[in-house]
Design a protein around this ligand. Structure first.
Ligand code: HPA
Length: 270
């Protein structure tokens, strides 16, 4: 079955389940599920019950596609995303982005947990992504040779939408840092030498997601903006061990503020 056919089936299924009229799409990262409580939920479907959706294998990711409203704005939220390190193809992990667009979503907000390498960044800080460096070993657009999917060579001079990013900054009361996100495959964290390298090439934060989704969003003309929560400080000269439990704890603390910012921006989209 072609990707076009899969998309058509998934979109039809979700329409039948009431996923109609959403203009905002949200992808919630590791430990960042609080926003779900700000949505008046109409329908929440486990990924396992959605045709052609991969099933999330990460315990810290809930794995539901949620349709509902924040204020008057209809939204689709991914409660948990798919990562390359789980074993999926890049096309699988970005499939939901194409589905959201086909369902009418016009703006996309993404969040993630990331390691902070810029010395100015502290645990719990929020970083508005201004740009990224893709160090993942595959590309979600590879092999998609039909104009149905969008341009073959999408321009990436401004991968994060300035208007949507400015809305996030304004909603935060100007408290978001700005930075460059390096996407790595994971699932291991980085060595000291790797953090040093990532700093040298101009990255402020590092994580294992977001960039494939942003590449696809750019290909299909879906304006997007993204915020990283700094869950660990990655100073190569003073590196401490970090566990997933600590990452989740820090993410949970920052989650309230981030969810408030996302909710305000979504409410303002009409
Ligand atoms: N590296 C990669 N991914 C991460 C990190 C990190 O230090 N922290 C949270 N996600």
């Amino acid at each position: 079955m072609t990707l076009q056919q899969q998309l058509a089936e998934t979109v039809l299924h979700l329409r039948q389940q009431g996923f109609e009229g959403a203009i905002a799409g949200i992808v919630l990262g590791t430990g960042l599920g609080e926003l779900i409580h700000k949505i008046d939920i109409v329908k929440s479907i486990p990924y396992a019950d959605i045709p052609h959706f991969p099933e999330s294998t990460v315990e810290s990711h809930k794995g539901h596609l949620v349709f509902g409203h924040i204020g008057k704005t209809a939204v689709i939220a991914m409660q948990g995303r798919f990562h390359y390190y789980e074993g999926y193809t890049m096309q699988q992990i970005t499939f939901p982005i194409r589905v959201m667009k086909a369902l009418g979503v016009a703006k996309l907000l993404l969040s993630n947990a990331a390691g902070g390498m810029n010395k100015a960044l502290k645990k719990g800080d929020l970083v508005l992504l201004d740009d990224h460096i893709n160090l993942q070993p595959e590309n979600p657009l590879r092999g998609l040779n039909s104009p149905d999917f969008g341009p073959r060579f999408p321009d990436m001079h401004q991968p994060y939408d300035p208007d949507l990013s400015a809305r996030l900054q304004a909603a935060s009361g100007n408290m978001l840092h700005k930075g460059v996100y390096a996407a790595v495959m994971g699932p291991n964290l980085e060595t000291r030498a790797e953090y040093r390298f990532l700093r040298m090439i101009g990255a402020d934060v590092v994580g294992m997601s977001t960039v494939p989704e942003v590449i696809v969003a750019n290909q299909i003309g879906l304006p997007c903006a993204a915020v990283s929560v700094v869950t660990d400080e990655c100073d190569p000269d003073n590196l401490h061990p970090v566990s997933l439990a600590e990452i989740l704890e820090v993410a949970a603390k920052a989650d309230k503020v981030l969810s408030g910012i996302f909710a305000e921006v979504v409410e303002g989209l009409q």
